[in-house]
Design a binder for this molecule. Structure first.
Ligand code: TMP
Length: 253
């Protein structure tokens, strides 16, 4: 079979040309990076887990009427998605202080926030994805005011959905990042959730113990990242019982 044409390779995923116009194939790699790729590793099976988990969250969002780019999972590491024009902003929603918010404002990690806080970061690796305000977004034309309003509404719906799903399995959704893209349905432009939703892009803490079950395990050297993601997948019931996070053949001694 002819190999698909690679269109883009990012830090954790590759995009290939899709089988039909307006579609792409999104491949999940095992690569993990942090701090703008200053820290790097390959975590066996991470791509398989994130493919499954992103499928699970995006399918749920589609089912409740929050539009996403997800069409269907193709195999262990690939999914078929709608091609979108990515808005060059990372949208972060925070329910509990952690990470860069805690650092920037001196608020202890774990402090509950009075309301969900939404932040925009400009997607530019060379600049280290800086925090920007709505003024910057509009002045520099990255999105229009109407887009920003739609992005806020979409992000809050994702927050409520993800918070509920996580709460049901004893996990606190501390914060998360999503990316949003534009699509055209006939003459109408719509904004839809794109990229991925996975433990790479969320902070997930066990409600009882506070144990971290997200990429902070890698960022902060807290243990085995694939074990943490497997635990999330297991609790959500999305891990097929015969598939563990090990994807390579292993010699049995
Ligand atoms: P932060 O506290 O480092 O700003 O991260 C906020 C959330 O965004 C957290 O859930 C991790 C996620 N995130 C990404 O998905 N990609 C990134 O490049 C960064 C910096 C954070």
């Amino acid at each position: 079979m002819a190999r698909r044409k690679k269109l883009y390779e990012g830090k954790a995923k590759i995009l290939y040309e899709g089988p039909e116009p307006g579609t792409l194939v999104q491949y999940f790699k095992d690569d993990a990076t942090a701090f703008n790729a200053e820290k790097k590793d390959v975590i066996d099976g991470k791509g398989v887990l994130n493919n499954r988990l992103s499928e699970y969250f995006m399918t749920g969002l589609n089912n409740i009427g929050v539009p996403t780019h997800f069409i269907k999972r193709i195999n262990m590491r690939e999914q078929l998605i709608r091609q979108v024009e990515i808005i060059p902003l990372e949208v972060v929603v925070r329910n509990v202080a952690a990470g860069s918010l805690s650092k920037r404002l001196g608020i202890a990690e774990g402090t509950a926030l009075p309301r969900p806080i939404i932040e925009f970061y400009y997607k530019d690796d060379a600049l280290g994805d800086p925090l920007v305000t709505e003024e910057h977004v509009i002045a520099f034309g990255w999105a229009a005011q109407q887009d920003l309003d739609d992005m806020v509404a979409l992000s809050l719906r994702v927050n409520d959905f993800m918070s509920g799903i996580m709460l049901a399995v004893g996990i606190r959704l501390v914060d998360f990042k999503i990316e949003i893209g534009r699509v055209w349905d006939n003459d109408f432009q719509r904004l839809i959730v794109a990229d991925e939703i996975s433990p790479d892009s969320c902070r997930l803490w066990d409600i009882e113990t506070g144990q971290k079950l997200d990429k902070d395990v890698f960022r902060r050297d807290l243990g085995n990242l694939a074990d943490a993601y497997t635990e999330v997948a297991r609790r959500l019931g999305v891990l097929p019982s015969n598939v563990t996070h090990a994807t390579k053949p292993h010699l049995i001694n």
